[in-house]
Design a protein around this ligand. Structure first.
Ligand code: BGC
Length: 450
């Protein structure tokens, strides 16, 4: 970056998700979620014994956490809401006491000049709805629209940027195909149905929003650019399947109105014929698209790799994070330019980007040096700048994550925060990456130029 490509009104923020930070999952009348069940079941959790019962205790420390965001200079905060705090049974009875937590959070953010970016669904389906089939039940689209409507009524006067779903691919791949995430199913026939109902739910929530509100609503997907290991026909075809399965399976129906043709190749007889009218419901006009970027993936044809027949070729000479993800910022630029080329000029936000690296203990004076994360952020923010310089309409960047938190099935073993959390004392300590990020925000990325 020799000259600064970031527009003056670029929005700099940080992201979290409800179950990962809040704790007190059943407080004030909230109903349990599928993550509450999953973390308490040692047969399902990879990191046994880690739960979201306390997490970062954000539910009780919200005021101080917002003050910390203000001290860091954040302009935006992307958080998700636990559906079961609004509707303990998922539908029907509204629990005002639970919903009030988010109302207080929004008020405090606004009082500090921080814009809330609110995600309705970041994986914590009410357990009562899972008992009715969860995302496999076609009615789930209506359940979600009901919850969305309750949330819009509660916060729509103050929240101007809404997200329907966070990463439907992860919900399905982890929750219904590989079973590594809640609700822990492993079933090829279920996966396409869950994905499809998630996308129908997205469509219904956008419709509910348009019926009464006119600010912005969008969708968040994770995109992982796929690179062929060689130029062979087999590797190129495998790359296409991997990319359709993970990236286009969600973006194509949401923005173009149809599924990629590779889907039936990937799922075979498990890929259903969808009812007429569904495509139209899924393709709602959205105001922005949120993209979560962490890594790329180099693939080769590998028939044993289920379900895509595309195997990962690990780039052993490259730097990898603690979650074994290759650090490869150039793919982030490529993702952004690809989205513009394929889907047109929709406003884009990076709604998540960050890295887990093991941190040293806090040093004297409260300093915590995390040089790998500092470099990761610098290089990825520069990669966003490259896309903007190339004409892509990127409007904001949210680092994942504001603070260390429950990394789902991996528990507290992976730290993604720019703020360190001591889980014994709940003390928060900004890492060097947080200091760097504050400078990036204050200078609108001028510090990364040159
Ligand atoms: C999710 C986060 C998660 C992060 C790191 C994203 O897929 O939205 O909840 O913690 O990646 O794995």
């Amino acid at each position: 970056m020799t000259t600064n490509p970031f527009p003056a009104d670029f929005l700099w923020g940080a992201a979290t998700a409800a179950y990962q930070i809040e704790g007190s999952p059943l407080a004030d009348g909230a109903g349990p979620s599928i993550w509450q069940r999953f973390t308490h079941d040692p047969r399902l959790m990879a990191e046994k014994g880690s739960t979201g019962d306390i997490a970062c205790d954000h539910y009780n420390r919200m005021e101080g956490d917002v003050d910390m965001m203000a001290a860091l200079g954040l302009q935006a905060y992307r958080f998700s809401m636990n559906w079961g705090r609004f509707l303990p049974e998922g539908t029907g009875r509204v629990n005002d006491k639970g919903a009030d937590f988010y109302s207080r959070l929004v008020d405090r953010l606004l009082a500090k000049g921080i814009e809330p970016l609110v995600t309705l669904y970041h994986w914590d389906l009410p357990a009562a709805l899972d008992d009715r089939g969860g995302w496999l039940n076609r009615d789930s689209a209506e359940w979600f629209a009901e919850y969305a409507d309750v949330a819009f009524r509660k916060l729509g006067d103050r929240v101007k940027k809404w997200v329907t779903l966070n990463e439907p691919w992860v919900v399905t791949d982890g929750g219904y195909l590989f079973g590594a995430l809640a609700p822990g199913h492993r079933n090829m026939f279920e996966a396409p149905i869950a994905s499809h109902n998630l996308m129908r739910a997205h469509g219904r929530a956008v419709q509910a929003y348009r019926a009464g509100w006119n600010d912005e609503i969008g969708l968040v997907v994770n995109v992982e650019p796929k690179y062929p290991a060689t130029e062979s026909d087999a590797d190129l075809a495998a790359t296409g399947r991997a990319e359709a399965y993970m990236n286009r399976q969600y973006l194509d129906p949401a923005l173009l109105g149809s599924y990629p043709c590779e889907m039936s190749e990937v799922f075979g007889e498990a890929w259903p014929k969808w009812p007429a009218g569904d495509a139209e419901l899924i393709r709602q006009k959205i105001d922005f698209l949120g993209l979560n970027y962490y890594t790329r993936n180099v693939v080769r044809d590998d028939p044993s790799s289920w379900p895509t027949g595309a195997g990962r070729v690990r780039q052993d000479s490259a730097l990898h994070t603690e979650t074994d993800w290759e650090v490869y910022p150039a793919a982030m630029t490529r993702m952004l330019t690809w989205v513009k080329e394929r889907y047109g000029d929709i406003p884009l936000y990076i709604t998540e980007n960050g890295a887990a690296f093991s941190d040293p203990p806090t040093a004297e004076g409260g300093r915590l040096a995390d040089p790998l994360r500092v470099d990761y952020l610098k290089n990825h923010i520069r990669a966003v700048g490259d896309a903007i310089a190339a004409g892509v309409d990127v409007r904001g960047y949210m680092v994942w994550s504001l603070m260390d938190n429950l990394e789902w099935a991996l528990g507290y073993s992976k730290r993604f925060g720019i703020v360190h959390v001591n889980y014994a004392t709940q003390e928060r300590t900004p890492k060097d990456s947080a200091r760097l990020y504050s400078q990036v925000i204050a200078s609108n990325a001028d510090v990364l130029c040159g």
